[in-house]
Design a protein around this ligand. Structure first.
Ligand code: FAD
Length: 381
């Protein structure tokens, strides 16, 4: 089942080929060197992937969110760190600008995304993760500028980003109603990367801590309205979670594909291990979870395209697909036996990569909180 147009389906075939022929062969090296090479980012730009989701009036191709989700899925089958470069630029940076930005901000930044410039989202702070409304980074008004001071942790695309969407406190007396969202250029004086953060998985993705020391940003860079930035970021994460769900789905599919092929040729007790019912049941369970995750992810993306309420479905897609990815990558490694536990095989990398999908853009505990809240609302409770 797919929400894609005939044109989009055709382009996805090119993306599949790119992911398989150009990205997958580099995935191991990307993990080891902890860097997505510039040449791959340039290739994604040449292939029009950065332009895909940007509307035509800003120089893009105006393709659907469902198309973008399919692209993230295909890239994640090969290398989720590479997928995250594009996912961060489009779902975390471009989407809030598109949804809430002034015409001026859209005209200044979206053509740069089309040109392959990477963006990111800086929300999380050392003291504010799941409780995002507890952020402390402060912006104080001076004339037509705001001066930002504070720090942000775990920022994806950190070393690559040319600009970020940043959430800051503009009225400390109003908690989440005193938060505003700004676009901040990465080269603004006073904005520094204080450290690179090394990780279990998606090691090719640059994750950094940012420090803001008297960073001056023009008032016109507010995305949406002053003090309404929490709404901006929450709606951004509704889209972002569908992107992460697609990443999880791709990781699961990539791991499953390799594991089944290995199991079919691995012989023990005189026959291929796929002939054992115990192995067949594992394969059946994994395939079922992938199919269920895919249906949820595509349904959530379709709803986003139709501008329907996506809060519950995007959390469900992210929760289910990421839990499935963790299960499937663990079981895939199991199918490789002892070889799966070694770095000779990719199974251990898939398992490491899957773990983050249960954590970022809201942990799966937080997804359950969101889903339960919506269900209780539906019951009028
Ligand atoms: C690799 C990586 C990339 C990231 N990229 C970005 C990025 O680009 N931009 C950005 O802004 N952030 C980013 N993050 C931050 C990420 O979204 C947060 O780490 C995540 O939301 C969890 O916050 P925390 O780490 O502070 O955990 P905490 O909030 O401290 O949670 C700790 C534990 O408590 C649980 N918990 C917390 N509250 C509740 C509750 N109410 N009920 C039940 N359990 C609860 C959590 O589920 C978790 O298990 C990234 C993180 C990582 C690791």
């Amino acid at each position: 089942m797919s929400n894609l147009s005939a044109d989009e389906l055709e382009v996805i075939q090119y993306v599949k080929r790119f992911a398989n022929d150009e990205v997958k062969p580099l995935a191991k090296e990307i993990d080891l060197k902890m860097e997505v090479p510039d040449k791959l980012i340039k290739r994604m730009h040449e292939l029009g992937l950065f332009a895909s989701y940007i509307p035509k009036e800003y120089g893009g191709y105006g393709m659907s969110f469902s198309f973008l989700v399919n692209v993230i899925e295909e890239l994640s089958k090969a290398c989720p760190s590479t997928a995250l470069v594009l996912d961060g630029a489009l779902t975390l940076f471009a989407e809030p600008v598109l949804m809430f930005g002034s015409e001026d901000i859209k005209k200044r930044y979206l053509p740069r995304v089309v040109n392959g410039e990477v963006g990111g989202l800086a929300l999380t702070e050392p003291g504010a993760g799941s409780d995002a409304a507890a952020i402390k980074t402060m912006a104080t008004k001076e004339g037509s500028e705001y001066i930002i001071n504070g720090s942000k942790i775990f920022i994806s695309n950190g070393r690559l980003a040319k600009f970020y969407v940043v959430d800051v406190v503009t009225d400390a007396s109003k908690k989440h109603k005193g938060i505003s969202t700004f676009v901040v250029d990465a080269d603004t004086p006073g904005l520094k990367i204080s450290r690179d953060i090394h990780k279990l998985g998606i090691r090719g993705s640059s994750t950094v801590e940012l420090v803001f020391e008297n960073v001056r940003v023009p008032e016109k860079n507010i995305v949406g309205t002053l003090n309404e930035g929490f709404k901006v970021v929450m709606e951004t994460l509704d889209a972002g979670r569908i992107g992460i769900a697609a990443q999880a789905l791709g990781i699961a599919e990539g791991a499953f594909d390799e594991a089944v092929k290995y199991a079919a040729q691995r012989k023990q007790f005189g026959k291929a291990i796929t002939e054992f019912e115990g192995i067949q049941f594992m394969i059946a369970d994994m395939a079922t979870k992938i199919e269920a995750a895919r249906l949820l992810v595509y349904e959530a993306a379709g709803k986003w395209d139709r501008h329907e309420d996506c809060i519950k479905i995007s959390s469900m897609a992210k929760l289910f697909a990421s839990d499935a990815a963790m299960d499937i990558t663990t079981e895939s490694l199991q199918l490789f036996g002892g070889y799966g536990y070694t770095t000779d095989m990719d199974a251990e990398r898939h398992m490491r990569d899957a773990k983050i999908t249960q954590i970022y853009e809201g942990t799966n505990q937080i997804q359950r909180v969101i889903i339960a809240r919506k269900i209780l609302e539906e019951f009028g409770i």
